[in-house]
Ligand binder design. Sequence first.
Ligand code: NAI
Length: 252
Amino acid sequence: MNGIQDAVAIVTGASSGIGRAAAVRFAAEGASVVAADVGVEGGEETVATIEEAGGEATFVETDVSDADDVAAMVDEAVERYGGLDVAFNNAGIEGENDPTADQPADNWERVIDVNLKGVFLGMQAEIPAMLDDGGGAIINTSSIAGEVGFPGLSPYVASKHGVIGLTKTAALEYSGEGVRVNAICPGVIRTPMVDRSAEDDPEMIEQVSAATPIGRIGEPEEIGDAAVWLCSDDASFVTGEAMVIDGGYVSQ
Ligand code: NAI
C-alpha cells in the first residue's frame, strides 16, 4: 500500500487479536513497528513473528491509560526509528457484563480509562510527533458498540461512542496540518476478547454469525488490513470517518 513502506507505525494492543494482525501487516508492507501493550509475552511473540518474516519491530511495555507510558512509547518510536508517521490506537478491554444500574463503579473507571482516555492520551502524544515529521495518519479502534447500544455493556458502549467523537474532533483540528484521523468500528471478530465472552455464552458466536448478513464473524486480519489501508496514501482523502467493518450487522 502506498506510503506505508518505510513508515514508522505505533500499534497499541499489539500483543493479541486485531492489534497483532495489524502490526504484522504494517511490517509486511515495510513499516517499522512499535508494538505497545501491557502484555509482555504476547508483545514479544508479535515482534518475533514480524522478525521471522523479515520485518522490523520493537516491543514497548505500555499501559495506554498512563500518560507517562504513552509519552515513552512515542519517544521510543522517534528515537529508535527517527519519527512517527502512523498510529493505530487499538488497545481495549471489554469490562464486566452487567445492566447499567448494577455496573460496578470501578469497572466504569477502568473501561473508560483504557478505551477512551487511552485513545485521548495516545493522540496527545502522537500528534505533535507527527506534526514534527511532516504529518501522518491515526486510526482509533471504536466498535459497532460505538454506533449502537449493547445491553450489559454500558461502560464499553460509552467508551466506544466516545472514541468516535474524539476521532471526529481531532480530524477537524489536524487534517489541515497533514494528520488524518479515522476510526474503525469492527463487528464481532475472532480474537481472545471474543473467546472470553464465548466462555460465558458458548452459543454466542453461532448466534452472531446467523444474525450477520455475511453469515460469519470476522477475522482479525480483516480489521488489521483495513486499518493499514486507512493509514496509507491510498486513503489520502479519508478523514473523520468511522468505518464500520462488520459483515453488514448494523446495516439491518
Ligand atoms: P484482545 O483482548 O485480543 O486484544 C486487546 C489487547 O489490548 C491485549 O493484548 C491487551 O493486553 C491489550 N490491552 C488491554 N489493556 C491495555 C492497556 N491498558 N494498555 C495497553 N494494552 C492493553 O482484543 P481484540 O479483540 O483484539 O480488541 C482490540 C480492539 O478492538 C479493542 O479496542 C476492542 O474493544 C476492539 N473491538 C474488538 C471487537 C471484537 O469482536 N474482537 C469488536 C469491536 C471492537
